[in-house]
Design a protein. Structure first.
Length: 626
């Protein structure tokens, strides 16, 4: 049966003052097992499948320890990998490694797994912490990375197909629904812009070309040469296609075919919802991935809520003989002779491993967890090209079902009057109503509204708690009024539950610097070229042949690990500050890549040290061109 972490444990660790303004009593109450409170919605869930999954439980620290977690000192044990954080990126890396036979320990600061893809419960409502739009969750092709990650640890979740990825409500009364069926979507778009029929077809066809190339590959680490060269050998046209588009952005390609400025703005909005920047700044590979997967595999919602994905992965991890500890706040990555060898927690406990994988953002990893005098060159380069995207203001509401017109879509994007507001804080509004797909998430006769809009930490700094509360109410009220005017008359009167989170909430509960949504390019990027992979390789010219030869000789005779090329040997990053960036499916790919590279480095996969040295150096150098 599903359950949350034991309330007493939670109560024991909850700070007395909740700096985000959620009253402490309600937080604890919300973490109480809901078994007694929600028999009707449980019956519904059972009917729709979630309780028929292999039992997925949130592992309390006690349970994880019972199932084998041991601290050095008790068993003197060393893990193959320690993963800091249990976001989807961290969990996928951990489960992929565990499935290959590695002993992994995941350390999570919070009381449940999932990070931004977690969940929380209030009264009889189950809220997704973040996005409810799930890509990569079908049973088709190679890009269904969430399905594949779950399958690797013996899980399959029941999903509900979403007939409309998103309903856009845009300036000039432009309304476009992105239907699951590609032809329906294209027909609708052409009906709004008949004069751009050719351009529309050409732009989206080019996206399909890239998507099909991606979908034909077996996806593993692009930092592992045996795999990479193998793919080039097996699928040369597809790999060259991807290499060609790697440094390109969607906006430039759209402009090759489309002239209508409103249509170009629509494509900006298409990109903005997945990258928080316009099309000119969105890598073409990422745009193609999302603009096509929504029609190929479709958007599918997990029965019981997005939180079930992380719970299933955490459970699968333990089933494979590895462990996860909650309330484990890593404060230091322990370095020995420049190599990452373990971690220290805020309570003083230490754990050791051959490799350390950080699912914290790069700003947190290199700004806080790694205590070195200087940020590694690779990080300086990353921070030159990318900045922290803003965070969100999010409003989770329970409303009376009668306020929604019949046939309301699940996801909406609202930008009322002025295209110029697209990227401005509070300019556009995201809205998800997951109960349209899965009614078991709310008590009968009710819906969940998850409303969010970009907001930056600067806007919330320096307020005392009274002013902070007041401002939250004010800003939320304004957003709700806009929705009331645009979509749902009577919305305010239908609210039965409302909670407002700010960038401070995101920072606090997701442990993300400034509550950032992820990295975004500082200027116009060269597509995905500047995005670091998982190792922390120094950038040096690949033409520095002399150094390379010395290194290889050293390797041949002295068995120096070729990964001494890394700025911090044994340290890897995973999650949205790694290639290919923000998004649940994107971080799942980052987890798969990371696990493959780590597995090769610890001897669980084939590797060639000579090719490793050459490829890592080449990739590091390529990033400096971004
Ligand atoms: N922000 C949102 O609203 C939202 C919502 C849904 C999905 N997403 C997607 O999820 C992506 C992020 O996924 P991710 O896997 O990179 O990371 P994540 O932020 O989801 O998860 C990171 C996890 O690491 C934990 N952590 C961080 N520092 C730690 C420390 N020092 N010690 C122990 N635990 C620590 C956090 O508590 C969190 O659980 C985003 O890019 C976004 O696309 C975001
Ligand atoms: C290495 C070199 C140099 C070269 C070579 C070449 C090659 C081979 C290449 C390859 C490549 C690859 C494989 C790549 C891959 C990529 C990928 C997979 C990508 C992916 C991506 C994804 C993404 C980006 C996603 C995203 C998503 C998102 C973010 C989402 C979100 C959502 C939301 C927010 C929701 C909305 C809502 C409403 C509207 C309400």
């Amino acid at each position: 049966m599903l359950r949350l972490a034991p309330p007493l444990l939670v109560a024991a660790t909850c700070p007395a003052v909740n700096t985000d303004g959620f009253p402490l009593r309600r937080r604890i109450l919300a973490l109480l097992p809901l078994a007694s409170r929600r028999s009707s919605s449980r019956a519904l869930r059972s009917a729709s499948g979630i309780l028929r999954m292999p039992p997925v439980a949130v592992l309390s620290p006690e349970r994880a320890i019972q199932r084998g977690a041991s601290e050095k000192g008790e068993a003197g044990e060393e893990y193959d990998a320690i993963v800091i954080g249990s976001g989807i990126g961290g969990l996928v890396a951990a489960t992929q490694l565990a499935a290959k036979g590695a002993r992994v320990l995941v350390l999570e600061k919070y009381v449940i797994p999932g990070g931004s893809s977690g969940y929380y419960e209030r009264d009889e409502f189950t809220f997704d912490v973040g996005s409810s739009v799930m890509f990569g969750f079908s049973d088709k092709g190679n890009l269904n990375l969430i399905t594949r990650a779950l399958a690797a640890v013996g899980h399959k979740m029941q999903v509900i197909p979403d007939p409309t990825t998103v309903h856009f409500h845009l300036p000039g009364e432009l309304s476009v629904r992105v239907h699951r069926e590609y032809n329906d979507f294209i027909e609708e778009l052409i009906s709004k812009f008949p004069h751009e029929k050719v351009g529309i077809n050409k732009f989206y066809d080019e996206c399909w070309k890239i998507f099909n190339a991606l979908n034909s590959l077996e996806l593993k680490s692009l930092e592992e040469p045996i795999y990479l060269f193998g793919q080039f050998f097996k699928k040369p046209v597809e790999c060259l296609t991807l290499a060609y588009y790697l440094p390109q952005n969607a906006g430039d390609i759209a402009r090759k075919y489309i002239k209508d400025s409103q249509l170009l703005s629509f494509i900006d909005a298409e990109c903005f919802i997945v990258s928080t920047v316009n099309a000119l700044q969105t890598p073409m590979i990422n745009a193609s991935m999302v603009l096509c997967d929504r029609h190929f595999g479709g958007i599918n919602y997990p029965v019981g809520g997005v939180g079930g994905i992380a719970r299933a992965l955490a459970d699968g991890l333990v089933t494979k003989g590895s462990n996860i500890l909650y309330k484990a706040n890593v404060t230091n990555i322990i370095l020995k002779d420049g190599k990452a060898v373990g971690v220290r927690l805020s309570d003083g406990r230490e754990f050791f491993a051959t490799t350390v994988i950080s699912n914290a953002t790069r700003w947190d990893t290199f700004g806080k967890l790694v205590k070195t005098d200087e940020i590694p060159e690779e990080e300086k380069n990353f921070q030159r090209v990318y900045v922290k995207a803003p965070s969100f203001l999010s409003i989770h509401m329970g409303v009376k079902a009668t306020v929604l017109p019949p046939e309301t879509d699940c996801h909406h994007f609202i930008l009322e009057d002025d295209w110029a507001n697209l990227e401005r804080p509070y300019g556009s509004i995201f809205l998800s109503i997951p109960t349209v797909l899965d009614s078991s998430l709310a008590p009968e006769g009710h819906h969940i509204l998850h409303i969010f809009t970009t907001s930056s930490m600067d806007d919330w700094k320096g307020l005392n708690s009274k002013d902070y509360e007041k401002k939250k109410e004010l800003v939320a009220d304004e957003i709700i009024s806009r929705l009331e005017n645009k979509l749902f008359p009577g919305l305010k009167n239908s609210i039965v539950l409302k909670e407002v989170g700010t960038p401070k909430t995101h920072r606090r509960f997701l442990a993300r610097d400034s509550g950032t949504y992820g990295p975004m390019p500082r200027h116009i990027p060269k597509g995905l070229l500047g995005m670091p992979f998982n190792t922390t390789v120094c950038e040096k010219s690949p033409f520095d042949i002399f150094r390379l030869v010395i290194l290889l000789i050293e390797y041949r005779f002295a068995k120096v690990r070729v990964l001494d090329l890394q700025a911090i040997d044994g340290l890897y990053c995973v999650g949205d500050s790694c290639f290919p960036g923000q998004g649940v499916i994107a971080v799942a790919f980052s987890g798969i890549m990371c696990a493959h590279r780590v597995a090769a480095d610890i001897g669980l996969e084939k590797r060639s040290p000579v090719l490793d040295a050459a490829l890592l150096r080449l990739l590091g150098w390529l990033r400096t061109l971004a």
